[in-house]
Write a protein that binds this ligand. Structure first.
Ligand SMILES: [Zn+2]
Length: 247
């Protein structure tokens, strides 16, 4: 059983037995793993700060034949406890963690790791009135890093370029926009030119201005259902929607 030293972000953490904790980690060099942190619930344990969204240098003992690995060390570098200071921020961070868990792979994927780490940091730093758009931006960037980038600059059916100032029809099943000629008579949502530009920026990991957000949430929810989740809805997406209606 080889020891793997890798940066890791806690996606999920729950108590196990009297004194231990099971954590689900996104690692930089070995993908997603579940691991047991023995003694984590004891006072002064070195694993005491392994709450969701915390990041650190982990030592992981990985055995390919097992689903549960053993944690040999975790030196905290960022706790990100501030993500809990409001519901929407926490919901956005939970959405990121849940999408990664649902699409989990044991492949090394440093760009995904960086997208998750920087996305959580953006959610932590953003001002209160910009949290909602930040959740949209971070989620679309994550979707792109997972390989599900929507086709936005040309028609997904005929390949013809669609000018930046034109509205287009979003074909959820195909995963991109259709030009007017190819959209005739087919189901799909009309996406204003400005929203299409914002989606492109978000997918590239850049911020963008968004007018009304309701259409963006509908599009994100349906896109996730079609391309990332294969059916079962995300609990955290429901949580975000609830937080928005409360706030
Ligand atoms: Zn077309």
């Amino acid at each position: 059983m080889a020891a793997t030293a890798t940066d890791a972000i806690v996606l999920q953490s729950f108590p196990y037995g009297e004194t231990s904790r099971i954590v689900r980690l996104l690692t930089r060099s070995a993908g997603v793993h579940s691991a047991i942190a023995k003694g984590a619930l004891r006072p002064r344990s070195r694993y005491a700060l392994m709450e969701p969204f915390a990041e650190g240098a982990a030592m992981l003992y990985i055995r390919d034949t097992r689903d549960l690995q053993t944690l040999g060390g975790f030196d905290l570098t960022r706790s990100r406890q501030g993500l809990g200071r409001d519901l929407l921020r926490f919901g956005g961070a939970s959405l990121v963690a849940e999408i990664v868990l649902r699409t989990a792979s044991e492949e090394s994927h440093p760009a995904l790791y960086d997208a998750v780490a920087s996305g959580l940091d953006r959610l932590l730093a953003v001002e209160g009135d910009a949290v909602e758009v930040c959740v949209l931006a971070v989620t679309w960037h994550l979707i792109a890093e997972l390989g599900f980038t929507p086709v936005l600059d040309c028609c997904i059916a005929c390949g013809r370029g669609i000018e930046a100032n034109r509205d287009a029809t979003f074909d959820y099943a195909a995963g991109g926009v259709r030009c007017d000629g190819c959209a005739a008579g087919l189901p799909g949502s009309r996406i204003p030119a400005r929203a299409r530009t914002a989606l492109s920026e978000f997918s590239s990991g850049r911020p963008a201005r968004v007018g009304a957000t309701a259409g963006h949430w509908r599009l994100l929810t349906r896109y996730l259902e079609h391309h990332v989740l294969e059916g079962a809805p995300l609990r955290s997406l429901h949580f975000v929607a609830t937080s928005l209606s409360v706030g």
